[in-house]
Structures are given as C-alpha cells and as structure tokens.
Design a protein around this ligand. Structure first.
Ligand SMILES: *Cc1c(COP(=O)(O)O)cnc(C)c1O
Length: 380
C-alpha cells in the first residue's frame, strides 16, 4: 500500500533547472538579478506595492518587528499580541526584539479571535501578529480594524497564504507588514526563502538595508549611476544578513507561474474531503471564513483522541500532521499556560489531512475511509 503523506513538494524540474542554469551561466547566484525579478513578479501577482525577498519567513518575522520597533521607538518589554497556535517562528521574533508576547485565543477558524485580542490590549501593546492558519483569513479584517483605531501595528504571518484571496485582493494588502514563506513544504516551495511586504515605501527601503548588514546601496546607485565606484556605499547602522539569493528566486519564479493552478487543485481536493467527510460522526471540519478563497495550505479537522486516531491512520498508510500544538505548552512560554482555552482545546484535537499536488481523488477517498474507520470503529 502506497503511503499517503501530508506534504509532497512538487517542482517543474526542467523549467526550474533552466532558471537556475540562467543564474549559473550569468555567474550570478546571490542578491540581485533573479531576486529583483522575483520581487517584481510577486508584486505583479499579488498587487502588493512592495516586496523584499529574504532567506526565510522566520527572518522576515523578526525583521518586521525590528523595523516597526525602530520606527515606533518601542521600549524593551513592550507587548505584541500573538497566537499560541502557530509555528514557533512567529513568536521567537518577538523575544529576539526583547518584546513581550501576549497570547490571545483563537476562534472557530483557529485564527486570532478579535474579542480576545481586544481584551488583551493594554497601554504597552504595540503590535498584533496574526497567523492566517492553513491559508484561512479568519477574522483578520476585524483584528486589523481594532488595531488601526488604536494606532497598533499589524503583522500578518502569511506563511500559509501564498495565493489566498480575500474578495478580489491578495491577502496582506491591508497589513502594515505581511510575511510569506517559500519554505520547501509551503504552497510556493523553494528550499528556504520568504518575502517581506511592507505597506509603506520607507519601511520597504529600511527592510532592504536591514536585510543586508545595514548597507545603503541607494547612496551609490543614486550618485554614481555609471556603476563604477561600487565600493562607495554607506553603512548607516548594524544589520542582518537576511536577504534571499538568486537560486532560491529562480525556483520561486517557476513556482509562482503555477501557484494559481496548484492552489485550484488544492481547493478541489479540499472540496472532495468536505464531501467525503460530511456526516462522519466525531469529526469537525475547520471552516473557511466567508469571502476568503484560501490557498488551502492545510485541510484541518478536529477529533477526540487525536493521537490514537493518528496511530490508526498510520496503520492504514496515511500520515497526517498537526498544526500546531499550543505554544504555551512549551517550556519557554509556560508562563502563559492556560491563558488560551480554545487554543489548548484545538491543540489536542487538530489534524491536518494529507493535501498535496500529487494526490488523486482515489487517495482522498482512501484517507476519508481510513478516518471513518478509525472514528466509527468499522473496518476501513
Ligand atoms: C513555515 C512557517 C513559518 C516559518 O517559515 P520559514 O520560511 O520556514 O522560516 C512561520 N510561520 C508559520 C505559520 C509557518 O508555517
């Protein structure tokens, strides 16, 4: 029996190798060249005004906080409201900046609940970090509106949201900063890379400096357009080496060409799951927010006895995943344990079913049957 795995990254190999070959022949694998082309292609596709290509979403989420912190003159210990139901990257960036993560609870979409966010806002709240879990937009618009009223910055961890549309706009258009992941198992897979998209041109320019050791290349490109005197750049402040490279951008450029088609396939598989699982007892499908055309990075359900159900699925050759365990169960965030009961409840029940581009309709049916068997005790 062929195993059915959670994720299977799929690449258009010849087309991707041709883009990479272009880098090798040109002798240009680093920053510039394909990274610039990919940034432009990403802005064209999403309609977002600015995009800066980075080595990962993890670096992007950290950089987002550094940029906002610098601009807003935040102090050590100022607060960022965040979700406990995420990959730890979202929250590590807060600590890297010596800020305090304040965990708010999730709603039925497993995204931050605006009421819980509102209840956590205090005099030192500077930003809210919202995760579009599985590509779902949840109640982001409400969270963003209440932040805007109070002058609180918004960061959208859009790691799952490459190709999520809300109405006719791409996710992230109304965030102060949106960060996308192009890690190997995400909807737009490279190997490791990401994109930071700032609403504000000035912040975008800062992102470019901070991601390359604080070097201000504009100084030389403005004054010495001939291209000579390349060593005449200025360094304005300490920075990071967070920028992406042309090899990753080459892979991303090809993946982007197929993103819409690929996400349509994912939505098709998700719709089939919904049909197959309708009426199965002991299972709840996590809903998609109205008006959202999700990337369908994940198809998530909630069940009792989750760990045992997964063991039974494994026996049938089905290998799902868990996104995520409530971060407050980790030792480093244990001070917030128990503060988000809905997240804790979901954390013990959530399953991400296999969903990837090589999956066929019979395989979706096989997963659904295995799940029905596990839940209803009938032979699968
Ligand atoms: C994958 C992921 C990240 C980190 O992305 P990288 O590109 O691997 O650094 C951050 N947040 C969420 C929600 C993710 O799924």
């Amino acid at each position: 029996m062929e195993p059915i795995n959670l994720f299977v990254p799929t690449f258009r190999i010849d087309e991707t190798l041709a883009e990479i070959r272009d880098c090798l022949e040109r002798g240009w694998t680093g920053l510039g060249f394909k990274t610039v082309e990919f940034e432009r292609a990403w802005c064209d596709y999403t309609g977002l005004p600015h995009a800066h290509f980075l080595s990962s979403a993890t670096t992007g989420l950290h950089l987002a906080l550094r940029l906002l912190r610098e601009k807003g003159e935040w102090r050590d210990g100022d607060e960022v409201i965040t979700t406990p139901l995420t990959f730890v990257s979202t929250n590590h960036g807060i600590l890297h900046e010596r800020l305090t993560p304040i965990f708010a609870d999730v709603d039925e979409y497993l995204c931050l609940d605006p009421d819980s966010v509102a209840a956590r806002i205090g005099p030192r709240t500077r930003a809210v970090s919202f995760v579009g879990l599985g590509g779902n937009v949840g109640r982001w618009a409400e969270v963003r509106a209440l932040c805007r009223e109070r002058g609180i910055k918004t960061i959208l961890d859009a790691s799952h949201m490459a190709g999520t549309w809300v109405g006719d706009r791409h996710a992230g258009w109304d965030a102060d900063i949106a960060v996308f992941s192009f890690q190997a198992v995400k909807n737009l897979p490279t190997a490791d890379s990401g994109m930071i998209c700032c609403a504000d041109a000035e912040l975008d320019a800062e992102a470019r400096k901070w991601s390359w050791l604080g070097i201000n290349k504009d100084t030389y490109s403005r004054t010495l357009s001939s291209g000579s005197y390349k060593w005449h750049y200025d360094v304005e402040h300490v920075g990071f080496k967070y920028h992406g490279n042309s090899i990753m951008a080459a892979i991303g450029l090809v993946a982007l060409r197929y993103l819409e088609e690929d996400n349509r396939h994912r939505r098709h598989l998700a719709a089939q799951y919904e049909q197959e699982l309708a009426g199965v007892r002991g299972l709840a499908v996590v809903p998609i927010a109205p008006g959202c055309t999700p990337s369908r990075h994940l198809f998530q359900i909630l069940v009792e006895d989750r760990d045992e159900i997964i063991v039974q699925l494994n026996r049938q050759g089905v290998f799902p995943g868990v996104h995520y365990r409530d971060n407050t169960i980790y030792r480093m965030y244990a001070n917030a344990a128990g503060s988000c009961p809905r997240s804790a409840h979901a954390s013990d029940r959530i399953i991400s079913l296999p969903l990837h581009l090589r999956m066929s309709e019979p395989e979706v049916r096989r997963v659904a049957n295995a799940l029905r068997g596990a839940l209803e005790g009938a032979p699968a």
